[in-house]
Design a protein around this ligand. Sequence first.
Ligand code: FAM
Length: 438
Amino acid sequence: TKSLRDTLKEIIPAKQEQLKKLKAEHGDTVVGEVKVENIIGGMRGLKAMLWEASVLDPVEGIRFHGLSIPDCQKVLPAAPGGKEIIPESMLWLLLTGQVPSAEQTLALSQELAAKGALPKFVEDLVDSFPRTLHPMTQLGMGVAALNHDSAFQAAYERGMKKPEYWVHTLEDCIDLIARLPALAARIYRNVYAPGTPLAPVDGSLDLVGNYANMLGYGENHSLTEYLRLYIALHGDHEGGNASAHAAHLVGSTLADPYLSYSAALFALAGPLHGLANQEVLRWQMAMQAELGADITEEKIEAYLWKTLKSGQVVPGYGHGVLRNPDPRFIALQEFCDGKPELKASPIIQLVNQTFKVAPGVLKAHGKTKNPYPNVDATSGCVLYHYGLTEFKYYTVIFGVSRALGALTQLVWARALGLPLERPKSMSMDALSKFIADS
Ligand code: FAM
């Protein structure tokens, strides 16, 4: 059975050829037009970057190399003894476009576990942070500090040639993904259970098995399975979202994968992006507290209007690209439907009741282009049910996940020799002059 590196070595030349052909034969083909509204509207809808591993259809949602989420759930290997997709099989798919065998997935799990320990100075750095420092700030700083051992940076200093870029990028990406659970779990334990022992990385566990174990939830098989699915599903959501795009932009300067991914994490930490899952829980709990025991759809509707009229967004609803319920939301709901204790959970029931009412209210409100839930509408609430109630930590789990896609693209960007990203900006005066002259 072929290794990950050999698989990549085999497929990269054809991709390089494809890019060369696109450039040579279609370099001046027009893909779309740039309107003033795109320039002032956060570049929404502009097709302006390459991203290999996934494409987001507004109606159908995400596909990873053409595979939908239900497709992935059918074909991607689970952990030994588990049922859900695991990040290792998703990473293999994202990197290669191929579905790994159970054996290949296991080999990747073993490699990640073998590389999973943190350098001592990073442990000390993280231990020195005040407990009050937001976990996402800690994660971003920890990831940036891991660049101390960057293979890419060391090879660049030695004067490596361009065809070698992806090889060292890949090694950094694997090392970083391997170390994320130990880093993220250390932050959790320091902030929420200081002074208690932290389990070391266990060579016999998969990536999330280890993560759950180090968090202190190793015994909870159901939560571990949820985290596997959650982390696999959040892995990639094409390239334009703020975290993925930040990694791509910073990586295009040939900053190493650690620095590039720390930039992604700080983008993920914004409330309109990854912080939304913590906001959803906060909002649903405030709703629960206000509405009391007897929660009806009418009361939820009134609460939604109250949120909107106070000028706030309804967290967990809307999306920059999607125009339908997010299939990741649906997959997490199906996970809950299959587990009686989750189905009976008050917070999950509230999420479901809200889902029945919110699209109608948001349509009547008439602002958002997408009145449907995104994945964050439920992801944090499920964690809360399992007893992982520290919602300031939720985006860290998203941050462990998004590495899969953002780092995959760094490998492809270096393999394809993609250039420094540098869009042209305009001032309002320049834009007005352009309009007047044209
Ligand atoms: N509740 C109320 N208003 C909303 C809304 C919501 N959930 N979603 C969008 N709008 C408003 C939006 O604020 C904008 O109003 P203004 O014209 O006054 O600025 C208007 O509707 C048009 O926005 P849009 O074009 O539909 O959405 P955008 O592409 O600008 O923004 C989101 C997309 C996700 C930032 C936005 O829908 C939002 O703020 N949602 C709530 C926060 C959230 O759930 N974020 C998580 C996104 C998730 F996918 C992730 O990154 N993890």
